[in-house]
Structure formats: structure tokens, C-alpha cells
Write a protein of this length. Structure first.
Length: 194
């Protein structure tokens, strides 16, 4: 099984490029953001705990995310590949992920780091907020999310560079242009399904 992390600042196109990878390779997609939004909508205990952090632009604590992912990863045996979108977001989460995957004989194979200038990220997120109505896509929360990303998530670039699995990808241009930059990286690891 191929395990791909899609990584980048809020608004870098992780979800969009995950959809392209699913279409091309038939991978399973795990988005912690989507999972948390579903928990919030269902008003579960996890959702209620997560909502306050998300609405203020903070990361949900590692312990909540790791527990959620531990349960989910154990259900994925037999998948062609998995795209992890939004996990891990901190060094402790990355270390926990390595342990979780190792229990199944798996590892992180590819980390795609979508690189997008901040002004484009802000523009994308403001536009997405108008369309989706997401409460965390307003200018104050966007700036806070980008600050949190720089402080807590960006250090993962060094973590995965040391493991020789990080691939920086220019995340500007059309969806197809970005997908065409990603495909050769993934093609080295697996057979195209269609």
C-alpha cells in the first residue's frame, strides 16, 4: 500500500489535488478537516471539543487527532493507497503516525508539499469562504491559521526531508497544471489505475 501525505498551508489546494490523485490512482482519501467538520456537524463529543479550536484558527490538540486517526487507519487494510490530507500537522502527530503505520507494516512513502505564496493563499481562502460559508475562512482566522501553520506545521518539512520522502511542488496554476507536476512523483511508486 502506498501512503501519500499531501501537505501545505491552508488554501494550498490539498483537498483539490487529493481529488485528482483519487481519480487517477484510486486511492482512499483521509481528510482530517472533513472528518472534524462532520464530527462538528453531528455535534459529537469530539466535534464539540474541536469546534472551539477550529473557529479560532488553532490546531485541534494532538491527542484528539491521533485517537481519531488510530481508529480510522485500522480500517484501511487492502486499499491501493491512502492520501492523508491534514494529518500530520505537528511533529508529535508525525511520530505517532509512523508508529500507527508501522503496526500494519506500512510507512509514509511520499510527502507532497504544495508551495503557494501567502497572498495567493489568502485570496483562495477568502474566495472559498464566500462559496462554502466555512466559518474559518474569514481574514482574521485565515491570518491566524497561516501563523499557526508557520509555527507548528512547517517544521514537518525538515522532518520529512530528513526521511528523504519530501517532494516540493509548485502549487500555483490551474488544477491540471499542478496535477501534472504531482503525477510523475507518484508514478514512480505505483502503476496508474486508469
Amino acid at each position: 500500500m502506498l501512503n501519500v501525505l499531501i501537505f501545505g498551508a491552508p488554501g494550498s489546494g490539498k483537498g483539490t489535488q487529493s481529488e485528482e490523485l483519487i481519480r487517477r490512482y484510486g486511492f482512499r482519501h483521509i481528510s482530517t478537516g472533513e472528518l472534524l467538520r462532520a464530527e462538528i456537524k453531528a455535534q459529537t463529543e469530539l466535534g464539540q471539543a474541536a469546534a472551539g479550536y477550529i473557529n479560532e484558527g488553532h490546531l485541534v490538540p494532538d491527542s484528539l487527532i491521533v485517537d481519531m486517526m488510530e481508529k480510522l487507519i485500522s480500517t484501511l487494510a487492502g486499499a491501493e493507497g491512502i492520501i492523508f490530507d491534514g494529518f500530520p500537522r505537528t511533529i508529535p502527530q508525525a511520530e505517532a503516525m509512523e508508529t500507527m503505520l508501522a503496526r500494519h507494516g506500512w510507512k509514509v512513502d511520499i510527502v507532497l508539499n504544495l508551495q503557494v505564496p501567502e497572498e495567493i493563499l489568502i485570496e483562495r481562502l477568502l474566495n472559498r469562504g464566500k462559496i462554502s460559508g466555512r466559518s474559518d475562512d474569514n481574514i482574521d482566522t485565515i491570518r491566524k491559521r497561516l501563523e499557526v501553520y508557520a509555527d507548528e506545521t512547517a517544521p514537518l518539512v525538515d522532518f520529512y526531508t530528513r526521511k528523504n520522502v519530501l517532494h516540493n511542488v509548485v502549487g500555483t496554476g490551474t488544477i491540471e497544471e499542478i496535477a501534472l507536476r504531482i503525477s510523475p512523483i507518484v508514478d514512480k511508486f505505483c502503476k496508474v489505475s486508469n
